[in-house]
Write a protein that binds this ligand. Sequence first.
Ligand SMILES: C[S@@+](CC[C@H](N)C(=O)[O-])C[C@H]1O[C@@H](n2cnc3c(N)ncnc32)[C@H](O)[C@@H]1O
Length: 237
Amino acid sequence: MLSYSILAKYYDRLMGDFDYDGYVSFVKKRLNGEGVDLACGSGEITVRLAKAGCSMTGIDISVEMLNVAREKARQSGLDIKWICQDMSEVELNHKVDFMVSVCDGFNYVPTDKAAKLLARIHDNIKIGGTLVFDVSSEYKLKNVLGDNLFCEDYDDITYIWQNKLKRNCVDMEIDFFERTTGDMYRRVEETHRQYIHTQDFIESILKENWDYEIYDGEKFSKPSAKSKRLLFVCRSK
Ligand SMILES: C[S@@+](CC[C@H](N)C(=O)[O-])C[C@H]1O[C@@H](n2cnc3c(N)ncnc32)[C@H](O)[C@@H]1O
């Protein structure tokens, strides 16, 4: 099963403790005008930025995640454009003021496509425009997620999430047990692969075309060797 096809239904619930408001209040002062949310998922950031007055487009490769996002925007009466696309192929018909990608989107991009993605983004942002993105850090993928197992049990859904650390990525297998009728459950499996992009690797790609600062993406302060999320705030040169 493709990544985020089943997870889309439960994503917002499982992300309940993610601080989207904190994230937006940290980045919003750097973002104005027209923007794109890459790997926008269920649109939590896209919708918040649209509510804050930005003109937004959300891009994601998962139809199911986009359906959740579209419905959320509809219920809030927001006019947001949604595009189902691999973000490494992003090509807009005009340059925008900013792009964001929050909560691991870039970890889904294979190592050998990362430079192409950042070049595409640069081509589609105005000079002086802003790119904000994060990655789950090498520390987190190797020491927190890698070779680990997570599970949660709700009335309607139980999942078991098993990770295998490989040389440059973590392969994730999620088994969902969805309650159907009574005590009957349907088992569906979904797989994900998140790539380890080290800070040095990302900086080596950014340095030519971007000025940038790096933050701990959970504390919004100076990153440390044990930061689980690295947040890059970049200005296009
Ligand atoms: C962890 S979710 C993050 C969603 C959202 N940004 C958030 O903050 O909740 C990662 C998202 O990346 C999307 N994704 C993965 N690879 C992608 C790609 N190559 N192009 C576009 N979206 C991608 C997935 O479909 C998923 O919605």
